[in-house]
Design a protein around this ligand. Structure first.
Ligand SMILES: [Zn+2]
Length: 192
């Protein structure tokens, strides 16, 4: 179920991206329709299933996802059917996005690092009920993280460089230009 789908609002303005799984859920609920990015044809669930059935032979495997009764083409672009049902699209909490928010820097000492040099620290330790959320997780170098261990920053004399918050960049910017399916380009005139 990998790969993002571009989400358009009812006025065909791109408002975010979602997972293939979520885009299929929206189709099933009737909250969205799938778009053929080449012809701009719009498909409801039934039409999309029929189209998938007709095309499944010619499409590459990675463009298909297995549903209970048949192979379904992964929608690349969907359009919402109701203004008032716009799902709130937020930046997903993920390792990659955490690195991006914290600019690959340890949030205690400021050291820049990548991969194995860095780890994700729970500011309020998990053993004390600290949650895995944007507000409680920061990037920390191995040294600061092991110094802190299962204690609070104050207890070990560490100070956060800034309070951790949910990132505010547009989820549309999450898919880097190089990773965006080319079919999106016709819908993304104003996105950097
Ligand atoms: Zn550090």
């Amino acid at each position: 179920m990998e790969g993002p789908a571009l989400v358009l609002n009812r006025g065909w303005t791109a408002i975010g991206t979602t997972t293939v799984r979520q885009s299929l859920v929206l189709l099933v609920r009737g909250s969205a329709r799938a778009i053929d990015p080449l012809t701009y044809e719009v498909f409801d669930l039934e039409e999309w299933l029929l189209r998938s059935e007709l095309r499944s032979e010619e499409l590459p495997r990675q463009r298909l996802v297995r549903a209970p009764n048949q192979l379904v083409e992964k929608p690349e672009v969907i359009v919402l059917t109701h203004y008032n049902k716009v799902p709130r699209i937020e930046v997903a909490f993920s390792r990659r996005n955490l690195y991006r928010r914290d600019e690959h820097r340890c949030q205690y000492c400021g050291k820049r690092g990548s991969g194995a040099e860095m780890s994700i620290d729970h500011v309020k330790p998990r053993c004390r009920g600290g949650l895995t959320t944007w507000e409680n997780c920061v990037l920390a170098c191995i040294r600061c993280n092991s110094r802190k261990a299962d204690r609070s920053p104050q207890e070990v004399g560490l100070r956060l460089q800034r309070p951790p918050r949910r990132p505010t960049w547009s989820p549309l910017q999450e898919a880097l230009p190089s990773a965006r399916p080319t079919s999106w380009s016709r819908f993304l005139k104003d996105v950097g």
